[in-house]
Design a protein around this ligand. Sequence first.
Ligand SMILES: [Zn+2]
Length: 86
Amino acid sequence: MKVRCPTCGREALYAPENPYRPFCSERCRLIDLGAWSNDEYVIEGEPGSADLLSPEDLQSASEERARLDAKALRADASPKRRTTRR
Ligand SMILES: [Zn+2]
């Protein structure tokens, strides 16, 4: 059975032989997860380790990301605030 890869739209094998189903590849699956879109490509070089991630791990990963985003926003906003105050 074949399905469309949700990430790139190519045909992907939907079978036990394809551990990344319904995606065509590990890359597409990771892109869809979205958690590794920055420079946090921790999984690279460790094939299969993504399958070991529990939902809790994914949860804390996204929380970590939210924290980093908030930090980046704050760092972004503070110089602006200083200029308006001056
Ligand atoms: Zn794909």
